[in-house]
Ligand binder design. Structure first.
Ligand code: ZN
Ligand code: MN
Length: 144
């Protein structure tokens, strides 16, 4: 089963009704390292769905979020980016071009030392971001 069908199945199991708009939003989120904002999804889809508004997209993302398939990533500039994920992972963020890429480091959260370090703080979620320069920007800025 391809990734899209897998996500559609998961949503159906959670009784989220699939519409062509929702499939289009899922496809947009599936596109690798985009981590789009609501406005970016809107820009990508407005030609195919002229009647769809930014608010509609946001509401659909909320459904996906409640179904546990999408994470909202709050970023420093006040905007939220959306990440289609069923597997916990972390991000590198390029400070030059803004590209957000996934990396997987399961050991980080499973480590008993983490639980010890935060003491009796009750963790509900976590984010771990590494800020720097992506490969392309290192080249552009002639840093290597
Ligand atoms: Zn970059
Ligand atoms: Mn991600």
């Amino acid at each position: 089963m391809d990734k899209l069908s897998k996500y559609i199945e998961l949503l159906k199991e959670k009784d989220v009704r699939m519409t062509s708009q929702r499939v289009a939003i899922l496809e947009n989120l599936l596109d690798g390292n985009k981590h789009p904002t609501v406005n970016e999804i809107y820009e990508d889809l407005k030609d195919d769905f002229p009647s769809m508004s930014v608010a509609t997209i946001y509401n659909n993302l909320k459904f996906f979020k409640e179904a546990g398939l999408v994470k909202e990533l709050p970023f420093g500039d006040g905007s939220s980016r959306f990440d289609l994920t069923t597997v916990d992972h972390f991000h590198t963020i390029c400070r030059n071009c803004g590209k957000i890429q996934d990396f997987h480091f399961p050991g980080l959260v499973e480590d008993d030392n983490l639980a010890q370090a935060i003491g009796n703080f009750r963790a509900e979620d976590y984010r771990f971001e590494i800020i720097g320069l992506c490969k392309e920007c290192q080249k552009k800025l002639k840093l290597n």
